[in-house]
Design a protein around this ligand. Structure first.
Ligand SMILES: NC(=O)c1ccc[n+]([C@@H]2O[C@H](COP(=O)([O-])OP(=O)(O)OC[C@H]3O[C@@H](n4cnc5c(N)ncnc54)[C@H](O)[C@@H]3O)[C@@H](O)[C@H]2O)c1
Length: 255
């Protein structure tokens, strides 16, 4: 029996990479999906619509760093689907980033990473929470990374932006619990997403084996490894779980 029948889920950055797997997994549990991304959402939407019906998925252009874009996206989702139950804050500058020594880190790049990876989840929550409050129920799932806890040389911009995501979860969960809204973080380990593999082949070649050796389960982390935790945090099974960070990394870091 699907766990998310009748629910509506937003997946930011769901057109490709790991987010596309989240969208596919949530649709498989019966949720209607709204994908927002800066890149073309059509292939991801078509895949879900072919499997679950024409009204099962909506894809719209969205820049999570831009409040006007977020406001318009959320309004269109609410209008088309009538409700918003689940928000997966997955969009980020991730695959496009390579390690840069801090002394060479450009301020414009720093600001852009903060705008997408930290301001983005804040803006999405700002505009989605009123819908969840009105329903008296909601699930916000923020995507951080183990890097925010471990620290990795050359990744100050990315790791710091994802550290902000941990704080967004902690603050927001305390603010919105009274309306039955749960806010949690998933912190994936290094994941062989299609986008990272395509955009950072040399970096991945360098870090893959040592990362796998750091794990209790010593293999690559695949996007599929993350989908079950997203479904759990989106479902009623986690209705009393909030403010938490779940590391899904094969046992590399201990919480
Ligand atoms: N791949 C990994 O090793 C790894 C590890 C830990 C955490 N993560 C996190 O998982 C998530 C997905 O990672 P991924 O590997 O698929 O990387 P990715 O860079 O391909 O995914 C990000 C998605 O967000 C979209 N996006 C970028 N800027 C946007 C914006 N301004 N507005 C809307 N959408 C935007 C991209 O088009 C893409 O679809 C990210 O939050 C990332 O930080 C990834």
């Amino acid at each position: 029996m699907p766990q998310l029948n009748g629910k509506v889920a937003i997946v930011t950055g769901g057109a490709q990479g790991i987010g596309r797997h989240y969208a596919r997994g949530l649709a498989g549990e019966g949720a209607r999906i709204a994908i927002g991304d800066v890149v073309d959402c059509a292939p991801a939407v078509q895949e879900i619509a072919e499997k679950h019906g024409a009204n099962s998925c909506l894809g719209l252009k969205l820049d999570v760093s831009d409040e006007a874009s977020v406001r318009s996206f959320v309004a269109q989702v609410a209008e088309q689907f009538g409700r918003i139950d689940i928000l997966v804050n997955n969009a980020a500058l991730c695959a496009a980033l390579r390690p840069v020594p801090t002394a060479e880190l450009d301020v414009e790049l720093w600001d852009r990473v903060m705008a997408v990876n930290a301001r983005g989840p804040f803006l999405m929550a700002k505009h989605v929470v009123p819908h969840m409050k009105a329903q008296g129920y909601g699930k916000i799932i923020n995507i951080s990374t183990g890097m925010a806890m471990r620290g990795v040389p050359g990744m100050l911009h990315y790791a710091t932006s994802k550290g902000a995501v941990l704080s967004i979860t902690r603050c927001l969960s305390r603010e919105v619990g009274q309306w039955g809204i749960c806010v949690n973080t998933i912190a994936p380990g290094l994941t062989v997403s299609e986008t990272v593999m395509a955009q950072q082949p040399e970096f991945m070649e360098m870090v893959r084996i040592p990362t796998n050796k750091s794990r209790s389960i010593q293999r690559d982390e695949r996007p599929e490894d993350l989908v079950g935790t997203v479904i759990y945090l989106a479902s009623p099974a986690s209705d009393f779980v909030t403010g938490q960070t779940i590391l899904v990394d094969g046992g590399s870091l201990n919480n």
